[in-house]
Design a protein around this ligand. Sequence first.
Ligand SMILES: C[S@@+](CC[C@H](N)C(=O)[O-])C[C@H]1O[C@@H](n2cnc3c(N)ncnc32)[C@H](O)[C@@H]1O
Length: 258
Amino acid sequence: MKHPVYFLGAGPGDPELLTRKAERLLATCSTVYAPPLYDQAFDELLADKKLLVPFDYYFSDLLEMLAEQSQNSPVTFLIPGDLTFYSPFQALVDALGEQAIVVPGVGAANAASALLKKTLDLPGVCSRAVLASPRTLGDGPQAPTMRDLAAPGVSLLIYMNNIPLCELVAQLRSGYLQNVPIVLAHRVGLPDQELIIGTLDDIVGKVGDRDLFNLNSPDRRPALTLILVGESLTGEADPSWWDYRRDHIWKFRDCKGE
Ligand SMILES: C[S@@+](CC[C@H](N)C(=O)[O-])C[C@H]1O[C@@H](n2cnc3c(N)ncnc32)[C@H](O)[C@@H]1O
């Protein structure tokens, strides 16, 4: 009998951010595929497991290994963040079909928003959020650029940046048409997590010669840095919205119960 293969949202790296469901399912597995970082960050939860790095294997080899490993007990893949955005595990989930069980987790965007203590949409300030990565926009003549995605009222979340910061900022400046706040959320959820908070006009100076995006590194692995841009990062919520909702939305619910 084949046991399930779990794709557990492992969050940004802090084991405390694992859901109770993910922790419970992880405990039932003897074989765990964990991307680098999670083997150390989750060492207590993984102490008695056979650990493998998923990216060490070709796709067909992985499927063969999973067919064998899942004969004995469930198998787990720890997914950075979770499957929702920029996850390379979709092809495996598709190939496994019913055998794959996906469990949501805390994405880098959620963890960065919590660290900043800021919601990324704010009435009257930011009306929409756009998630994008310059790595995946494509490079044909019709491909959108970061400039096309930046606009007043947009909270922009940039994953896996591979553009030099000064170039990226110039594109964003031209899309936003003004100086807006920008935050580089680095290694969120890890003991050395850091927020570099600035504006489009001063962030390059604040970062200096630090390579927060692995642009000068010999490997091409994306760095653990999420970029957040837009007025919501420093905007103040208008408290009168509370009473407006009380009168127009929540009060209506109260009345239905009367
Ligand atoms: C392949 S994507 C994975 C995203 C993941 N599925 C999620 O939703 O969090 C990797 C990118 O996510 C962001 N990221 C992931 N973990 C992070 C962390 N702990 N701190 C800051 N950014 C992170 C970075 O932009 C990184 O380049």
